[in-house]
Design a protein around this ligand. Structure first.
Ligand SMILES: [Mn+2]
Length: 483
C-alpha cells in the first residue's frame, strides 16, 4: 500500500513569510511546506506573469537559432519532428505556427504511435528527405536519436534537437542540442516540458529583446496544455506558461481548443489546470493512441471552427473507446490479483496479458501504481512480440526497473525513457523471457492459470499452511476500477 510521509512545517518561518508578504497564513504555510522559502522563489511564485530568464541561458540555444535563421533566409525546407502525445502535439503546433507565420518553409511530421513508436526513425527520415527537407527540428524528442541523426546527416539533412528528456551519455551529432537536462546547461529552470522548450526556442529566435508577453498571448494556450499533459511541476516557468495559457483558453482564443472544451461539456465554465489534465489532455492523447495526432495538430492550427469541431468530436469518441479498453484490461488484472494476491506483494508489480491494447498499457500501469503505490510493469503479448510499459513512484526506481527488465529480456527493440520528472518507461522485446518473469510465483496460481485445477488443489493440499499464511497476510484488495 501507499505510505505517505508528511513534511514537517516550520511554523515560525511561515508566520514570518505571512507577515513579510501580507499573505493569509494558510498560503504562507503551503509555501513553506513546498519548500518555496527563498525570497526570489516566493516573489516568482506569487507573481508568475512573465518569463524573465533569457532563453539563451539554455545550452546550444544560440547555435540552434543561428542554424534556423540561416534556413529561413536561404528558403530551406524545415521539418518539425514531433511526438504523438499532448506535449508533442502542442510543441509541433506551436513551432509550426510560429515558423510559418514568420515566412519559413515549414512542414511537420509526427510518427505513428502504432507503427513507428516514439522518436525519430529511418523510414520517416527517408520520407522527409524525399520532400526536400534540409533541416529537421525535433520537439519533445531526439536527445537519444544518435543513429537517426547520423542517417539524416548522410542525406544532407541537419538536425536541431529540442527536447526535455533525460540526456544519455552519448548524444547525437546534431547541429545543436537544446535540452535543459544537459549537464553543461546552466539555465536555472530544468522542469520545462517539450512545449516549454519549444516556447523558449521561439523566444530565442525573436531575439534577446523579444516581446515575451506577445508570445505568451499567441502561444501560451498550447504551452499550457503540453505542460499539464507531461505532468511536470507547476512552478517557475511552467506556472507562468499555464497561468497565461488558461487565461487565453478561457477567452476561447483558439478554435481547436474551444472545440475540445465544447466536447468536454465545459463551455461557459472557467477552465482550470485540472480541466486541462482530465478533460483536454486525454482527448489529445487518445488521438495519438488511435492514429489521429496529425489531425490534432491540424485542429490546433485551424481557424475554421467547423473543421476544429469535427476533429474534436473524433478525438472525444476515441477517448471513450479508449476508456472502455482500459477498464476491460483493469478488470482482467483485478481478477488476476484476486486469484493470486502474491502479485502485489512483490516489490515491483509485473502483470502480463495476451493481446492487451498496447496503446493503453501505460495508463493501466499508472493506475495500478497509483492504487498499490509500487512500481508497475504491464506487459502485453502479441504473437511472439511483447511490449511493456512501466510506471514508477520515482524516476530513480523507474530507471532501475528499466535496467532490470533490459537485462532479463533480450533483445530489446525499442526503449523510450521517461522524461526527467515523469517516471515512465516503455519497451518492446521478443517474448519468452518476459513470459517467464510475469508468471505468478505461487504454484497453485500457476496451475490455475494453466487451467489445471486438480494440480492447484494438490499443491495447496501438499502445503496448506503456506497458502493460508499467504491469505492471512493479504489485506483486502483495493478496487482497481474504483474512480
Ligand atoms: Mn514531453
Amino acid at each position: 500500500m501507499k505510505k505517505w510521509l508528511t513534511r514537517k512545517l516550520n511554523k515560525e518561518n511561515a508566520v514570518a513569510v505571512s507577515q513579510r508578504y501580507d499573505l493569509p497564513m494558510l498560503i504562507a504555510m503551503l509555501l513553506e511546506i513546498r519548500g518555496i522559502t527563498d525570497d526570489d522563489d516566493i516573489v516568482e511564485f506569487l507573481s508568475g506573469e512573465t518569463l524573465t530568464e533569457s532563453p539563451f541561458r539554455i545550452k546550444d540555444m544560440d547555435i540552434a537559432v543561428e542554424r534556423i535563421q540561416a534556413a529561413i533566409e536561404n528558403g530551406e525546407r524545415i521539418c518539425i519532428y514531433g511526438d504523438f502525445d499532448a506535449d508533442g502535439v502542442t510543441s509541433t503546433a506551436l513551432l509550426y505556427s510560429y515558423l510559418s507565420d514568420i515566412g519559413a518553409n515549414a512542414i511537420y511530421y509526427i510518427p505513428s504511435r502504432e507503427t513507428e513508436g516514439y522518436g525519430m526513425n529511418r523510414d520517416a527520415i527517408s520520407r522527409i528527405y524525399e520532400q526536400g527537407v534540409t533541416l529537421i527540428i525535433t520537439v519533445d524528442n531526439g536527445v537519444a536519436a544518435v543513429d537517426e541523426v547520423d542517417y539524416a546527416l548522410s542525406l544532407g539533412i541537419d538536425t536541431v534537437i529540442t527536447d526535455h528528456h533525460a540526456v544519455p551519455d552519448v548524444m547525437p551529432d546534431a547541429a545543436a542540442i537544446v535540452d535543459p537536462h544537459r549537464p553543461d546547461c546552466d539555465s536555472s529552470f530544468k522542469e520545462l516540458s517539450g512545449v516549454g522548450v519549444a516556447f523558449k526556442l521561439v523566444q530565442a529566435i525573436e531575439g534577446e529583446y523579444a516581446d515575451v508577453d506577445g508570445l505568451l498571448e499567441n502561444y501560451s494556450d498550447l504551452a499550457a496544455i503540453g505542460t499539464v499533459g507531461d505532468i511536470v511541476a507547476l512552478r517557475g516557468e511552467n506556472r507562468v506558461l499555464v497561468k497565461n495559457g488558461l487565461r487565453h483558453i478561457n477567452n476561447g482564443d483558439r478554435a481547436g481548443i474551444a472545440a475540445l472544451v465544447e466536447e468536454a461539456g465545459l463551455t461557459g465554465k472557467t477552465i482550470s489546470a485540472g480541466n486541462l489534465s482530465f478533460n483536454l489532455v486525454p482527448r489529445i492523447n487518445a488521438g495519438g493512441r488511435l492514429g489521429l495526432s496529425k489531425k490534432s495538430v491540424a485542429m490546433l492550427l485551424t481557424d475554421d471552427e467547423e473543421y476544429a469541431a469535427d476533429i474534436a468530436a473524433e478525438l472525444s469518441s476515441d477517448n471513450s473507446e479508449r476508456q472502455q479498453i482500459e477498464r476491460d484490461i483493469l478488470s482482467d488484472i483485478d481478477d488476476m490479483i484476486r486469484e493470486d494476491p502474491s502479485i502485489v506483494n512483490n516489490r515491483i508489480i509485473v502483470v502480463c496479458g495476451d493481446g492487451w491494447h498496447k496503446g493503453v498499457i501505460g495508463i493501466v500501469a499508472s493506475r495500478i501504481k497509483e492504487v498499490y503505490g509500487k512500481p508497475t510493469i504491464v506487459i502485453t503479448l502479441d504473437g511472439d512480440i511483447c511490449r511493456a510499459s512501466g510506471r514508477s513512484v520515482d524516476v530513480r526506481h523507474s530507471q532501475g526497473e528499466y535496467r532490470s527488465v533490459h537485462r532479463a529480456d533480450q533483445p530489446v527493440y525499442r526503449y523510450s525513457p521517461g522524461s526527467g520528472s515523469f517516471a515512465a518507461a516503455g519497451l518492446q522485446a521478443q517474448s519468452g523471457a518476459a513470459q517467464r518473469r510475469s508468471r505468478p510465483r505461487s504454484e497453485p496460481a500457476r496451475a490455475l492459470r494453466l487451467r489445471q485445477p486438480d494440480a492447484a488443489v494438490r499443491a495447496v493440499q501438499h502445503d496448506p499452511a503456506r497458502y493460508s499464511r499467504a491469505r492471512r497476510r493479504q489485506a483486502p484488495a483495493p478496487d482497481l476500477l474504483a474512480r
